[in-house]
Write a protein that binds this ligand. Structure first.
Ligand code: ARG
Length: 462
């Protein structure tokens, strides 16, 4: 098969060399974007008088036909034609004859591929934002059901202070809100057109870059043609936002895995999001959460991979940049899959509120209450801390918790203690009292839920 760039060559590469250089096996993912970009380009060529209207109409008809064929039966791509751009151009020429060769006037594969990637990520980033919102909605409705559900809050994975389960869930809501902000910031830079930059230096044809940008729905155009074809920052930003999002999902996965263990039994995953063991009949494994935790690694890998590909590249286009695609496709697929699974998993899990609440009663997570009680009565907090620390030690030696210590012991420790300390020790009261802004107090949570609902309704970023 003759190469589209074959004029200067006297000998063709062997098949295995072609195969090494080809990207068609993966960049065919960009088939729709490539056609969309070409349609806009040819429209501009005709409106600027660079090709005849009749020729443009023929090319557009051919491109639309290829789009239909691609959707219906798929297109016959060839490794010999290297990538999606040359494959489509060759198929177009097969379809409409030599006039197909006019499509590439005033354009290079370098601005073409960059345009495809911008178009592709624009769609995908918007989709990711929508899926994050779905997960936020699932979290919000679980939180609304669980305002009154108590659980031990942890630091160092040691029981720290009692909290409402809704408060814990809503922490993830706000993490996801920041993820959304990152993707929407990213969208500003994705939404810029490199088309018309040519190979690197612009073109001699009287093209109209603003026109192609507006036909393709881009907000702006790259100022500098060399930057336009060399820039992959918008992909790096996407991979970076995705790495942070996956890190959040991975932390959440870890909690889901812990909570669904026999040691915790705080939640039970719905059967549709768990799997069994081929040998141990009793097992119900949180595979989906584990997989998401595991897949976080490949998303980080894709980010580091592309940063490394780009770090030593002189301007402008270098073939190394063909390596920008697989990691990006893989990240898109991983993030979309993980978000969908997460929404289903969180929305369908059963919360064992009695088990959680019981846990708040059989520990020392109410010790801060006592220290606050004493300092509320004027004792410096450091001294209060010391007294309560000793009481905890006393409990450990006796084998009881703070609510099990008799009044005499409290009186002996400090005369400031009165009978009401037993109410103070109640974890529900402890949660209710934490009414500082953004705290776990029930009144605060209700406010926070309203705020979150408003935020979701605004859909400020999509
Ligand atoms: N397949 C190439 C890529 O993905 C397209 C651009 C090729 N340009 C070139 N001059 N070889 O990067």
């Amino acid at each position: 098969m003759k190469k589209l760039w074959g004029g200067r060559f006297t000998k063709s590469a062997e098949e295995w060399v072609d195969e090494f250089g080809a990207s068609i096996s993966f960049d065919q993912e960009l088939v729709e974007e490539d056609i969309e970009g070409s349609l806009a380009h040819v429209e501009m060529l005709s409106r600027c008088g660079i090709i005849e209207q009749e020729e443009a109409a023929q090319i557009q008809k051919g491109l639309k036909l290829l789009k239909e064929k691609s959707q219906e039966e798929g297109l016959p791509f060839s490794v010999k034609l290297e990538d999606i751009h040359l494959n489509l151009e060759s198929l177009l020429t097969d379809e409409i004859g030599p006039v197909g060769g006019k499509l590439h006037t005033g354009r290079s594969r370098n601005d073409q591929v960059a345009t495809d990637m911008h178009l592709y990520l624009k769609k995908q980033a918007a989709h990711v934002i929508k899926l994050i919102e779905e997960l936020q909605a699932a979290l919000l409705s679980q939180a609304e059901e669980n305002v009154e559900t108590l659980m031990p809050g942890y630091t160092h994975l040691q029981r720290a202070q009692p909290i409402s389960f809704a408060h814990h869930l809503m922490a993830y809501f706000w993490m996801l809100e920041r993820d959304k902000e990152r993707y929407s910031e990213n969208l500003k830079r994705i939404n810029v057109s490199p088309l018309g930059a040519g190979a690197l230096a612009g073109t001699t044809f009287p093209i109209d870059r603003e026109l192609t940008a507006s036909l393709l729905g881009f907000d702006d155009i790259y100022e500098n043609s060399m930057d336009a074809v060399s820039d992959r920052d918008f992909i790096l930003e996407f991979l970076s936002a995705s790495s942070i999002l996956m890190m959040h999902l991975s932390r959440f996965s870890e909690e889901i895995i812990l909570w669904s263990s026999q040691e915790f039994r705080f939640i039970e995953l719905d059967d549709s999001f768990a799997t069994g063991s081929s040998i141990m009949p009793q097992k119900k494994n949180p595979d989906m959460a584990e997989l998401i935790r595991g897949k976080t690694g490949r998303v980080y890998g894709n980010l580091v991979g592309l940063l490394t590909v780009l770090k030593g590249l002189p301007l402008a286009y270098n073939k190394d940049m063909q390596e920008d695609k697989e990691g990006m496709f893989d990240t898109v697929k991983t993030v979309i899959g993980s978000l969908k699974i997460f929404s289903g998993m969180v929305g369908s899990m059963t919360v064992n509120s009695e088990v959680m609440e019981k846990a708040t009663k059989s520990d020392f997570s109410n010790a801060t209450e006592l220290a606050d009680y004493l300092s509320g009565k004027g004792l410096p907090f450091r001294e209060a801390h010391e007294i309560v620390g000793k009481l905890v030690l006393d409990c450990v030696n006796r084998g009881c918790f703070l609510s099990g210590l008799p009044m005499e012991v409290y009186k002996e420790a400090s005369t400031l203690f009165e009978e009401d300390i037993y109410e103070v020790l109640d974890p529900r009261a402890a949660v209710a009292r934490r009414n500082s802004q953004g705290g776990t107090g029930f009144a605060q949570i209700k406010k926070a839920l309203e705020k979150a609902k408003g935020r979701l309704k605004d859909k400020a970023y999509s």
